[in-house]
Design a protein around this ligand. Structure first.
Ligand code: PEP
Ligand code: MG
Length: 874
């Protein structure tokens, strides 16, 4: 750790993101490029981590360093904090390494007080502007730094407007605003119990501390968890001389992207507002104008801005997202960063940049957020169903994709209903960072207010969620959970469909269909495949899923859960009969019904996979999932088995387990009922022999996987059953079929004794769902109930069932890899837990030397790209 905690913009550069945060590093870089940047300094991320290490205080050392830099800034600006002649005003903004909505955003006009406001009113000859700045500052400071709550101030504004009989803020006079500022100060005193700070230095220290504090607010913690951002990074704070976009009609503010963030089209895209300050655009209070119109309004500033855009994109080799202010016709750059974009835009921009010679194909692979591909792979509306539907309204096409669901009006309701398996559409006046989890849970987001750069639009795009923003014709009644659109009332629970690509809104459910991939997607995937080492397989239980995964590029199946083949209504009676059999004969009779079903499924899967490896896992049902609960099913089972209902109920009761996840499942089932393993072996082998006959060109070697092994002797017992049955069959039919027998490593003891198990097993597949469950001792079905508390209390940063715990569970995996390879150097190694489709976990798998990852069909492209990124980064 360095002992320097503050940097002038002129002391840093764009490579210093870890220390200066993204915003600070880019402000420094723009400064060094000679662009018009209001000057300032950055308090580093290390100062933030030190603040936490020191028990949430800014140390005296750092405070005096900040004071030194205020002196330096005063000298650069030729202005002084609190000065009666030429006062310095600053903005204070947070800026972490990765941009993070949910943290404290911005405080503007810091440095104003009762005297300074008079000075700037007199100097500018614009008292209305001065008092407007002042009341905004008190409001923002109270809200953001002291957490008083916006609504108290908004109520005061509304009251003032009522008294003055005006409808817009802009109609309030200088005197009104002055009076309002004093009301705000009184409100502050009432809520905080102290006077509003007059001393600009005290104001600044309060603001910096608030930024540090906001690093750990619940919204920021939740955002970090969703985006794999470590909690120990901390945030930097940028203090920058104010420039004013609200000085009159020759001033303004704007936000723009060098390319279209929704489609990737190479064309300047953005919005501006004349005579405004930052929060006017972000909050969607006034509707901004498209950036192209700036050419007419202020041609000089527009041309300069276009030049800067080209310069910045050429410099960063990526699409830029910029904020600017025009102060009395002079342009200032307040921010630039690599812009957030939709997945489709990301692919187009990457391919275009390669074609333009700006980046290499490796860089193209690295610049795409693998998780964002999800959005492309998700359903679109069925064109026929869409053609038959009539829109009830339109808004901005803020984030593409199709969403159909039941209307909800709050983020909590969205989450609650989605957790219960319902599809929901979140409808809000406008969204704010508190809504993030609800937005993530929804099929789509609809807002009444806000433009393409509003919170809803930016966040939805980042998440890959479909979003229609700014549908102003909605008459919203949030309190009663209803709205009116197109002359009709829509209530909570009603169906709604959103087309995030056109902005259309439909008051009905519309059928969706699978996405198609090709074009740029194919090019990027092709480049990814060139650079990755890990193979990517899929977890698929049916020929249909297998075919879908194959279309997404799966190179085999890493896990077929054979019990899932029996969930269908016409099959479940047979498996119930099998589970409830009391004698071997009875069980074999039930198994004989299941065998042809399994065999034909396996044939379908082999064919769908076209000769690529297929791993079939033997039965691993937590038995309770299959037992009948409903009277009708119990009766049916009693009839099949020639028993009474009471007898069946007694049998079900006897099968009850206290810990079914650690109960009679996995290989334990095959140890007690070897006839099950024998039946499954016959189905696997016969299916393979048949398919091999039809496709002699395929190198079909079925991989039989024994689940939940913890002791090598369990494995040996089941393997002996498999080998006996398989070899006999192969011999009988005169086939030359080869097959493999391996195991899942999903019990800690299996990892600890992997050297012994590898003597018998030809492959290992890490079942990290159960391995996480048993290593942490967290029930995979119940952990969700308490994990939220763990995140809030910073015990865990992410869900270990979604993102592999590399420290603990990962240590077992690494150990097992080494032990296994020690015994059997060419042992095949893969992963088939949910983590196989999670980018950070894929990176881990690459590092520890697994041969493949296996994940659900829709995540195959994500895994392909993550595997390439992992290989390129290592
Ligand atoms: C696992 O435990 O990681 C696994 C893939 O098996 P299942 O999820 O079926 O228990
Ligand atoms: Mg398992």
């Amino acid at each position: 750790m360095s002992s320097k905690y503050v940097y002038l913009f002129s002391e840093g550069n764009g490579k210093m993101k870890a220390l200066l945060g993204g915003k600070g590093a880019n402000l420094a870089e723009m400064t060094s490029l000679g662009l018009p940047v209001p000057q300032g300094f950055t308090v580093t991320t290390e100062a933030c981590t030190k603040y936490y290490d020191d028990g949430e205080v800014i140390s005296d050392g750092i405070q005096s360093e900040i004071m030194e830099y205020i002196d330096k800034l005063e000298e650069i600006a030729g202005k002084k904090f609190g000065d009666e002649e030429n006062p310095l005003l600053v903005s204070v903004r947070s800026g972490a390494r990765a941009s993070m909505p949910g943290m404290m955003d911005t405080i503007l006009n810091l440095g104003l007080n009762e005297r300074v406001v008079e000075v700037i009113a007199a100097r500018s000859g614009n008292p209305r502007w001065a008092y407007d700045c002042y009341r905004r500052f008190i409001q923002m400071y109270s809200d953001v730094v002291m957490e008083v709550g916006k609504k108290f101030f908004e109520e005061l504004i509304d009251k003032m407007k009522e008294e003055k009989k005006v409808s817009a803020d802009t109609e309030l006079t200088a005197d009104d605003l002055k009076e309002l500022a004093h009301q705000f100060r009184d409100e502050y005193k009432l809520k905080i119990g102290a006077d509003f700070p007059e001393d600009p230095k005290e104001q600044l220290m309060g603001a910096i501390q608030a930024v540090f504090r906001s690093w750990n607010n619940p919204r920021a913690i939740s955002y970090r968890r969703m985006n794999d951002i470590p909690g120990d990074w901390g945030t930097a704070v940028n203090v920058q001389e104010m420039v004013f976009g609200n000085l009159g009609d020759t001033s303004g503010i704007g936000v723009a992207f060098t390319r279209n963030p929704a489609t990737g089209e190479k064309k300047l895209f953005g919005e501006f507002l004349m005579n405004a300050q930052g929060e006017d655009v972000v909050a969607g209070i006034r509707t901004p104008q498209p950036i192209a119109q700036l050419r007419d309004v202020m041609p000089g500033a527009y041309d300069e801005f276009v030049d800067i855009c080209e310069k910045l994109e050429g410099h960063y080799h990526d699409m830029q997202d910029m904020e600017f202010t025009i102060e009395d016709t002079k342009l200032f750059m307040l921010q630039t960063r690599n812009g957030k974009r939709t997945a489709a835009a990301a692919l187009k921009i990457a391919c275009d940049l390669v074609d333009e010679g700006a980046i290499s194909d490796k860089e193209a692979v690295l610049m795409i957020d693998a998780r964002s591909l999800d959005a492309l792979l998700h359903p679109q509306f069925d064109p026929d169903a869409l053609a038959a539907a009539t829109p009830i309204g339109t808004g901005l096409a803020a984030s593409p994709g199709a969403g159909t669901g039941h209307i909800v009006f709050t983020a909590e309701d969205a989450k609650k209903r989605a957790d219960a398996g319902e599809k929901v559409i979140l409808v809000r006046l406008e969204t704010s960072p508190e809504d993030i989890e609800g937005m993530a849970a929804a099929q789509g987001i609809l807002t009444v207010r806000g433009g393409m750069t509003s919170h809803a639009a930016v966040v939805a795009r980042g998440m890959g969620a479909c979003c229609v923003a700014g549908c102003g014709s909605i008459k919203m009644d949030e309190e009663n959970k209803r709205f009116e659109l197109g002359g009709k009332i829509y209530k909570e629970g009603d169906w709604l469909s959103l087309d995030g690509t056109t902005g259309n809104i439909y008051g009905e459910a519309i059928r969706t269909m699978e996405a198609e991939i090709g074009g740029e997607f194919g090019r990027i995937m092709g480049w990814a495949d060139k650079y990755r080492r890990l193979k990517v397989r899929t977890n698929a239980d049916t020929p249909k899923d297998a075919a879908a995964a194959r279309a997404f590029g799966a190179e085999g199946i890493g896990l077929t859960r054979t019990e899932h083949m029996f969930f269908e209504a016409d099959r479940i009676p047979a498996i119930r009969d099998m589970i409830c059999s009391e004698t071997v004969e009875q069980r074999e009779k039930a198994l004989a019904i299941l065998e042809p079903m399994q065999q034909s499924d396996f044939e379908g899967i082999y064919i769908a996979m076209e000769g690529t490896p297929v791993t079939i896992r033997f039965l691993d049902p937590p038995l309770h999932e299959f037992l009948p609960t409903d009277e009708h099913d119990i009766e049916a089972l009693a009839n099949t088995q020639g028993k009474t209902v009471a007898q069946i109920k007694a049998l079900i009761a006897s099968l009850h387990e206290f810990n079914p996840m650690m109960g009679h499942r996995g290989c334990r089932l095959a140890v007690t009922y070897p006839e099950i393993a024998a039946m499954q072996t016959r189905a696997v082998i016969k299916a393979a022999i048949n398919v091999k006959k039809a496709h002699p060109e395929w190198d079909l070697v079925p991989e039989i996987m024994i689940p939940l092994v913890g002791e090598v002797k369990e494995f040996i017992y089941v393997k002996n059953v498999v080998v006996k049955v398989a070899d006999e069959l192969i011999k009988q039919t005169g086939s030359d079929l080869k097959y493999m027998v391996g195991t899942m490593l999903e019990i800690p003891r299996a990892c600890l004794t992997a050297d012994e198990i590898a003597q018998e097993a030809e492959f290992f597949s890490f079942g990290t769902n159960d391995l996480t469950q048993m290593t942490y001792g967290f029930s995979r079905d119940d952990a969700g109930k308490f994990l939220e508390e763990y995140y809030a209390k910073k015990i865990l940063e992410s869900d270990p069932f979604a993102r592999l715990d590399q420290i603990g569970v990962g240590k077992l995996v690494e150990m097992a890899v080494k032990l296994g390879q020690g015994t059997r150097p060419n042992i095949k190694l893969g992963i088939c837990g949910e983590h196989g489709g999670d980018p950070s976990s894929v990176e881990f798998c690459n590092r520890v030397g697994l041969h493949y990852v296996s994940c659900s069909p829709y995540r195959v492209p994500i895994a392909r790209l993550s595997a390439a990124q992992a290989a390129l980064k290592s």
